[in-house]
Design a protein. Structure first.
Ligand code: UD1
Length: 422
């Protein structure tokens, strides 16, 4: 890794983006004040704050603390300008229906990583008894009272499982979600809803049961740590031959990821709520397949490919969750990576050195892949498209600097702000 700086030290991991987003939407269910702690200050959270405010929720933010009072909701319509930015904002539909009996939510946007339809969400809400109409790019749903039902998901979608759990909490009777997602963020949401008074069983398994209750109360709840941020720092340590300890984490949440990083040659020491990542030699080629939890997380695929691009040997990485999550490969190639894409598979022939280049992040984790690649590359890399990275990583520049990286935020002539790594 000639030219790269070895990362060393410890870094505190922020709260989970995906956990916090689902829980914030769930806060619409309560009459009363919800206090959330360990909320990351990132772009997607600010978008959700604006979305909830547009519906009438009162929100205060202070550091990693956020209070949401959804007692008096004033609108059942989520604004297009906000929902188009982020797919997770579609998940206000279920809670709005449960509270107000109707909801109008535009088709969502978010990272461009392949077709991301909302058919499971819509079908699920319909199965719970809502009348649905799709017109002018919006989904309109109406129901005086949702009723519990059996719902089978064609794919264990994390967002759909979370959304339908919130929709079902105030429904009449019992809802059973089969082939549910088992992600830690689903369990986090279930823990939060249960604290509010919901009756949920089986979160974290493939069958989730929700018995409807009459009302939910505001609570004080701490969001789980962000396993994707922790994993990204693990890869950053490995790719720079470094020694980094991530703190304030739940190591079990990284169980599907750690063995693969070890296969790639990393030494990983797990303690109660810290993980130390070290790399003493050149990474070793290894094959990876992304799968729903507890498989290897699709969100770690991109940074992992960056690491494997420097490995000794050839790796095959298969993306089973999103068909277009390889768009960043052309950017890694600009940095000297030898990667061939065939459909959902990337064949990565490890090179001994990456070189800095001007590159562009096309989505959040593509941005993470380019950052870790740039940490190891010889020379300067300028990464445009930082707004994608800022959607999901809190204080990334500051955190990397504290570990010794030479990285700064600059106004780029090419396109707004860029991250520069020398
Ligand atoms: C969430 C995460 C995202 C992660 C992904 C997979 C949030 C805010 N985002 O996204 O970081 O990459 O899980 O772990 O939590 N699908 C459909 N129809 C639907 C819904 C999903 O076909 O109605 C498909 C998607 O196209 C995809 C697969 O199901 O191929 C999984 O998507 P899903 O788990 O829903 O991802 P998100 O919840 O959007």
């Amino acid at each position: 890794m000639t030219g790269g700086t070895r990362l060393e030290g410890s870094v505190r991991i922020s709260g989970s983006k995906n956990g916090a987003l689902a829980i914030m939407a769930g806060a619409l269910l309560a009459k009363g004040k919800t206090v959330l702690r360990n909320v990351p200050k990132i772009g997607d959270i600010f978008t959700m704050v604006e979305t909830l405010r547009s519906l009438g929720a009162q929100i205060e933010m202070n550091g990693d603390w956020l209070s949401i009072d959804a007692t008096n909701l004033t609108s059942h319509e989520a604004p297009y300008e906000l929902v188009k930015r982020m797919r997770a904002s579609f998940c206000v539909m279920g809670p709005l229906l449960a509270r107000l009996g109707r909801a109008r939510v535009p088709m969502p946007g978010g990272c461009d990583i392949g077709a991301r339809p909302i058919d499971f969400h819509v079908k699920g809400i319909q199965t719970l008894g809502a009348y649905i109409e799709t017109e002018h790019g919006c989904v309109y749903a109406e129901s005086l009272k949702l009723r519990g039902a059996q719902i089978y998901l064609d794919f264990p979608s994390a967002g759909t499982t979370q959304h339908l759990m919130t929709a079902a909490c105030l429904a009449d009777g019992v809802t059973v979600i089969q082939n549910a997602a088992a992600e830690p963020e689903v369990t986090d949401l279930a823990d939060y809803l249960t604290a509010m008074g919901a009756k949920i069983e089986g979160a974290g398994t493939t069958t989730v049961k929700i018995a409807g209750v009459d009302e939910l109360r505001g609570v004080d709840y701490t969001i789980i740590p962000d396993r994707m941020e922790a994993g990204t720092f693990g890869i950053a340590a490995a790719i720079t031959g470094g020694d980094v300890t991530v703190t304030h984490v739940v190591p079990e949440h990284l169980e599907p990821f750690i063995p693969k990083l070890q296969d790639a040659g990393a030494r990983v020491d797990v303690r109660e709520n810290t993980i130390r990542f070290r790399m003493l030699e050149r990474p070793i080629a290894t094959d990876v397949m992304t799968m729903p939890h507890p498989g290897f997380p699709t969100d770690m695929q991109q940074p992992m490919v960056a690491l494997l691009s420097l490995a000794d040997g050839t790796s095959v990485v298969t993306e089973n969750v999103y068909e277009r999550r390889f768009k960043y490969i052309s950017e890694l190639q600009r940095m000297g990576a030898d990667i061939k894409q065939e459909g959902r598979t990337a064949i990565i022939k490890g090179v001994s050195q990456l070189t800095g280049a001007p590159v562009t992040a096309t989505d959040l984790r593509a941005g993470a892949a380019l950052v870790v690649a740039a940490l190891a590359a010889e020379g300067k890399t300028e990464i445009a498209g930082t707004e994608h990275i800022d959607r999901g990583y809190e204080n990334l520049v500051e955190k990397l600097c504290s570990l010794g990286a030479d990285i700064y935020r600059a106004d780029s002539e090419r396109r707004g702000t860029a991250l520069c790594l020398a």
